[in-house]
Design a binder for this molecule. Structure first.
Ligand SMILES: [Zn+2]
Length: 305
């Protein structure tokens, strides 16, 4: 029996009861996603849908919650066992495969944690979340783990960007002469964040912020909810010139509010899709193809970071 006494002291009984009834989907169980899943289980979240198509390899062990005892096992099973070892009462559903092949895996969850690196997979998750009105928390780790960013995308907030407008602004936003002047453009030719791996301890610093923001979103509307300074946090592990001409020191963080792009092709259709998704007799796959939102099945890396 897990003792939740200390979590209850921190968050209160009401919040803990609420968290135990929530179900979080974690898409991608690499170093970041695996850490977030286990951390949320340790914080009282009671339900999980784990989605990943990889098995744990020996080379992953220096950057994963699984260890040498788990090599050769699907990461969904590794992380499911870790969750149950912390909370035997947790409800865990495992989906061995890529989100591209399991479009309805997010149905009915409370929140989505995005632990994949591939930008194409992130855009697909963005579409699924917009269609279902699901809040999603995305994280990206920069080259060699020098830093990373986390954003909360909340489709029920009309001012919130979707992941597409957010990525467009943050990742390519160097041209913007305003406050959001950022000094990096790390999308590689594959549309993936350049993933020279960082040390585990640098990756999980970003993942800890992702887990904390996910937990906070689950508590939205309750006393334990904390209002955050903006929708995006950028963390430095090394001195990082996040804003032009100003170096953020190691362990420093900058909060940035990224606005919705009214001309965004993705979230422009948000309202129509949400209405349709409410109709139970329409499958999401059908909905997406009817909407002309067809996912191009290119070879994307859905892997860990
Ligand atoms: Zn958008």
């Amino acid at each position: 029996m897990t003792s939740w006494e200390r979590i209850e002291q921190l968050l209160g009984k009401d919040a803990l009861d609420h968290l135990s009834r929530q179900t979080v989907a974690v898409v991608g169980l690499g170093s970041g996603g695996g850490f977030v899943a286990e951390s949320l289980a340790m914080s009282g979240v009671g339900g999980f849908v784990l989605i990943d198509d990889d098995v744990l390899e020996a080379g992953n062990v220096v950057r994963h919650v699984g260890d040498l005892r788990d090599v050769g096992r699907p990461k969904v099973d590794v992380v499911a066992d870790l969750i149950r070892a912390r909370n035997p009462g947790a409800r865990v559903t495992t989906v061995r495969g890529r989100i591209e092949d399991h479009l309805d895996a997010l149905a009915g969850v409370s929140l989505v944690v995005v632990g994949v690196d591939g930008e194409q997979a992130k855009y697909l998750i963005n579409r699924l979340c917009l269609a279902q009105g699901l809040t999603a928390v995305y994280a990206g780790v920069y080259e060699r783990g020098e830093g990373g960013d986390v954003v909360v995308i909340n489709p029920s907030d009309p001012a919130s960007p979707c992941y597409a407008c957010w990525a467009d602004d943050l990742r390519d936003g160097i041209q913007d002469p305003g406050a959001n002047e950022l000094d990096y453009g790390m999308i590689g030719p594959e549309g993936t964040l350049e993933a020279e791996p960082g040390l585990w301890l640098h990756v999980v610093r970003v993942a800890a912020a992702q887990a904390d923001l996910a937990l906070n979103e689950l508590l939205r509307g309750r006393e334990a909810y904390r209002r955050m300074p903006a929708n995006t946090v950028i963390l430095a592990n090394r001195p990082l010139e996040i804003f032009d001409g100003r170096v953020t020191p190691p362990y420093g963080a900058e909060w940035v509010e990224i606005a919705r792009d009214p001309d965004c092709l993705e979230c422009g259709q948000r309202d129509r899709l949400s209405e349709q998704a409410a109709e139970d007799n329409v499958s999401l796959e059908q909905l997406l193809s009817d909407s002309g939102i067809v996912y191009e099945d290119e070879d994307t890396e859905n892997g860990d970071r």
